[in-house]
Design a protein around this ligand. Structure first.
Ligand SMILES: Cc1cc2nc3c(=O)[nH]c(=O)nc-3n(C[C@H](O)[C@H](O)[C@H](O)COP(=O)(O)O)c2cc1C
Ligand SMILES: [Mn+2]
Length: 480
């Protein structure tokens, strides 16, 4: 059986990671708050307007992402990096579950979908879970990426096209004065979402990336009204066109950095020609904001692609792990230096990868838990000499949605960007070959720490309490 959103719901349930909500929930006034609060568990809404059900916060955190990739938290990023290298061609099939219901223009109303309003200042309900398929009109090469869609009418949404691949495709259509065909699928196995948020080279089909992540070829079916293909096992598909040279005011929006500014303004729109879905389709809601589901989809593939790149620095750097910090503009690299100064070379590469987000790069050694923000702050405090280990590179191109930097241009305009700088912080310790200098940094280990276990001494209810706390306490993973 192919992996889809239903097999994912079963997996989450079996792992004790799903909360079912059978009370009625209003997407416009209640759902965003519930999603924003649920940082540990996925939510399955069973009682939504017009008979809809929906999944959200799935993944709610990187622990859930590790579950989807069938691996552990520590191995997550190396596993994603390896699977990126095992890409598979998609397979074209004549039909599939997503074709069970076909509705032409005038037969569907997007305002009846359980689309939620994420934040108090948002301009309206936004479909955050739409994965957008487009093609390069010159080569026919496919692209799949996340683009949020503000619902504007029965068959119209806005679309934010950040200057990357689908924007590049759109500009080509616009030059020809032609509308760009789009197909948007909603609701599938989370590795499709991870593939869509992977910045692969332009021209690489993200359905091939999804095939690598899944370990099985993606099954595609042809669309009804546009010359594109979509996953046969998705829940819902919207087909339509983005007209050339046309922009509409939209926003503001709850963004991935946990603020409202940046992507609003004059953006293109999508006009829909068809909706297909499963008979009992399940909707997918994504709450944007820092450390919510949207952020998980951003940070895991981004960390993996940067990890792939860094391993080649200087003929093979010893990189153990990579993880983005909240807000996605800071990347932490866990490594063991082979030579004095190697960490700085690695940090320079981390700040100029296929991703535009990284603004601050921090290197730490293997004994620092990069999933624990307290440990990272500790390394910054005890392993950084500000006179030598902190470097600012002024005047660089930065991500256009970083609210701390001056903006050039605007969304929907070709040169939209922010001009700022980059910061390198080397919090590593000397390489193993420099044994004496390295020894100064040896961390405390309690006497008999590997044999004497708290579980054998403390009351069970106290241990349950400790395990239920978020993993933010210094050294808390030592509890096992
Ligand atoms: C939850 C989420 C929402 C996103 N929303 C948008 C968006 O509205 N517009 C956009 O251009 N990129 C958005 N992105 C980022 C792109 O989808 C992502 O960077 C992707 O790799 C771009 O695809 P491309 O490399 O093929 O251009 C979003 C990513 C995530 C994870
Ligand atoms: Mn792409």
């Amino acid at each position: 059986m192919p992996k889809d959103m239903r097999t994912w719901i079963e997996e989450l349930d079996a792992a004790g990671e799903l909360i079912r909500i059978d009370k009625p929930v209003d997407p416009l006034t209640q759902m965003g708050a519930l999603l924003y609060q649920s940082r540990e568990k996925a939510l399955f809404f069973e009682n939504l307007p017009h008979g809809w059900r929906a999944l959200g916060q799935a993944p709610a955190n990187i622990r859930h992402a590790a579950l989807a990739f069938g691996t552990s938290l520590d191995d997550l990023v190396p596993t994603v990096a390896e699977r990126f290298g095992a890409r598979r061609e998609p397979e074209l099939v004549p039909t599939g579950p997503v074709k069970e219901v076909r509705l032409g223009k005038g037969e569907f109303d997007l305002r009846e979908l359980p689309v939620h309003i994420a934040g108090v200042r948002d301009g309206g309900p936004v479909i955050g879970s739409g994965l957008v398929v487009t093609k390069d009109p010159d080569t026919g090469r496919r692209n799949v990426s996340f683009h949020r869609l503000q619902v504007k009418g029965p068959n119209k949404t806005g679309i934010l096209l950040y200057p990357r691949h689908s924007w590049r495709n759109y500009l080509k259509y616009q030059e020809r004065n032609e509308p760009m065909p789009v197909a948007i699928f909603i609701g599938h196995y989370p590795l499709y979402y991870a593939a869509a948020s992977t910045t692969a080279p332009y021209g690489m089909d993200e359905f091939e990336v999804a095939g690598g992540y899944l370990g099985e070829a993606v099954r595609l079916v042809p669309c009804e009204t546009v010359p594109l293909e979509v996953p046969a096992d998705a829940e819902i598909v919207l087909e339509g066109y983005i007209p050339p040279h046309y922009r509409e005011e939209e926003g503001p929006f709850s963004e991935f950095q946990d603020v409202y500014i940046a992507g609003m303004g004059k953006n293109p729109v999508v006009e829909y020609t068809c909706l297909t879905r499963r008979q009992d389709a399940i909707f997918k809601n994504i709450q944007n904001g820092s450390e919510t589901e949207g952020c998980v989809f951003h940070k895991v593939p981004m960390s993996a692609m940067i990890y792939r790149r860094l391993r080649d620095v200087g003929g093979g750097a010893n990189i153990h792990n990579v993880m983005m910090l909240p807000g996605i503009f800071t990347v932490v690299v866990q490594m063991t230096q082979r030579f004095y100064g190697e960490a700085k070379n690695v940090l320079m590469a981390a700040l100029s990868s296929e991703y535009q987000h990284p603004k601050i790069a921090i290197a730490v050694d293997q004994d620092v838990d990069i999933f624990n923000h307290s440990e990272i702050l500790w390394a910054l405090s005890t392993r950084v000499n500000p006179a030598e280990d902190v470097i600012v590179v002024p005047g660089t191109h930065n991500h256009a949605m970083d609210p701390s930097l001056p903006e050039i241009g605007a969304p929907g305009a070709p040169l939209w960007q922010r001009r700022g700088g980059k910061l390198l912080i080397d919090a590593t310790i000397p390489p193993p070959a420099a044994a004496k200098e390295r020894a100064i940094f040896e961390r405390i280990r309690p006497v008999n720490g590997d044999k004497v276990r708290l579980a054998d001494f403390a009351r069970a209810d106290y241990l349950d309490l400790v395990r239920s706390l978020p993993d933010v306490y210094f050294g808390s993973r030592l509890l096992g």
